[in-house]
Design a protein around this ligand. Structure first.
Ligand code: PEP
Ligand code: MN
Length: 346
């Protein structure tokens, strides 16, 4: 529910509405849309006061059909949220490419991959140190050792690092090494983890759950933002359908739908959607064309030896080629992706 205030509503009248709701224990969100000040009635306690609020001075009308995720909704903030980390700005004109291995496996592996993707034009470095694996017998990640390797390659290559956090108690540790916290598909509705990520300052990359609707994704983002952290990026990474030819089904329409509903940036992970490196360039081009603000791509120097997600990991050369394609598509849709630094050896 949104309380639309009259254009000539005085500060005093607006403050009276805010006080009225707060004194009765309701949660609200005060915003200005265009020139129009408005007050969102966020929870049930606040919404119960609507009949009385509608009679207060300065109130134009009460809009019933507001989305249940006010902090992330376009109906409360029309301007796109831009998220800055080092040289990267997500949600602006650049299509920000984040690349790196599924898992950090060793210093030599991460060095080879990070140097190469940076030379090809990646803006951010990805890599898992804590891995949520379907099997308890699969490689679970190097933990803090992996975080330290990521942090040191971040300094060397000037790429901010995005890495996954799988448990609320690890949020402090991971945010002490990483520039951005990834919450993976399997944890999209781990509500304690979402709140913990909302109570610290690093931006959050929130991936869509394997079988989650876009409304559920937006509500998950609402947990993070309403806990105090406005810097959230949403990621479409493929959903589970009846199709078995691909690991998941990339929902391309998620990008324009989310961009209509939320001011948060939206990126695409073609690697986990495809499950097969041959398909990744096609999905990456589609994502760039349909309005994604960034891409998250798995790359490995020796994919056949990777400890996780080798089949979907691009080779170093494959990634360099995809970057060229992303740049071409970006230019065609009025955007750009970072050029490969001229002297760098790929
Ligand atoms: C990953 O990025 O390596 C990962 C585990 O992704 P998802 O949560 O989308 O499966
Ligand atoms: Mn992976």
């Amino acid at each position: 529910m949104i309380v639309a205030l009259k254009p000539d509503c005085s500060l005093k009248e607006r403050a009276a509405v805010v006080r009225f709701v707060e004194q009765r224990g309701g949660r609200l969100l005060v915003t200005v849309l265009g020139n129009q000040p408005q007050i969102g009635l966020v929870d049930a306690a606040a919404r119960a006061l609507a009949p009385e609020i509608s009679k207060m001075a300065g109130v134009a009308e009460i809009l019933e059909a507001a989305p249940p995720y006010p902090h992330v909704s376009r109906e409360y903030q029309a301007e796109a949220t831009e998220i800055r980390m080092g040289g990267a700005v997500i949600g602006a004109e650049e299509i920000v490419v984040m690349a790196g291995p599924c898992s950090v496996e060793s210093k030599a592996q991460l060095e080879a991959i990070a140097r190469s993707v940076a030379a090809s034009g990646a803006r951010m470095l990805r890599g898992g140190a804590f891995k949520p694996r379907s099997s308890p017998y699969s490689f679970q990640g190097l933990g803090e050792e992996g975080l330290a390797l990521l942090a040191s390659m971040s300094v060397e290559t000037a790429m901010p690092v995005v890495t996954e956090v799988v448990a609320p108690e690890d949020v402090g540790l991971v945010s002490s090494y990483a520039d951005m916290l990834q919450i993976g598909a399997r944890n999209m509705q781990n509500f304690r983890l979402l709140s913990a990520a909302g109570e610290q300052e690093r931006p959050v990359l929130l991936k869509r759950g394997l079988a989650s609707t876009l409304e559920e994704l937006l509500l998950a983002a609402e947990y993070v933002v309403s806990s105090g952290n406005p810097r959230v990026v949403l990621c479409e990474r493929g959903i589970r359908t009846f199709e078995t030819a691909t690991r998941n089904t990339l929902d391309v329409s998620a990008v324009p739908v989310l961009k209509q509903r939320t001011h948060l940036p939206v990126i695409v992970d073609p690697s986990h959607a495809a499950g097969d490196r041959v398909l990744v360039p096609h999905l990456a081009r589609a994502a760039a064309a349909c309005g994604a603000d960034g891409l998250l791509i798995e790359v490995h120097n020796e994919p056949e030896k990777a400890l996780s997600d080798g089949p979907q990991s691009l080779t170093l050369e494959g990634f360099a080629a995809v970057m060229d394609e992303i740049r071409a598509v970006a230019a065609a849709v009025g955007r750009y992706a970072q050029e490969a630094p001229r002297d760098a050896a790929r």
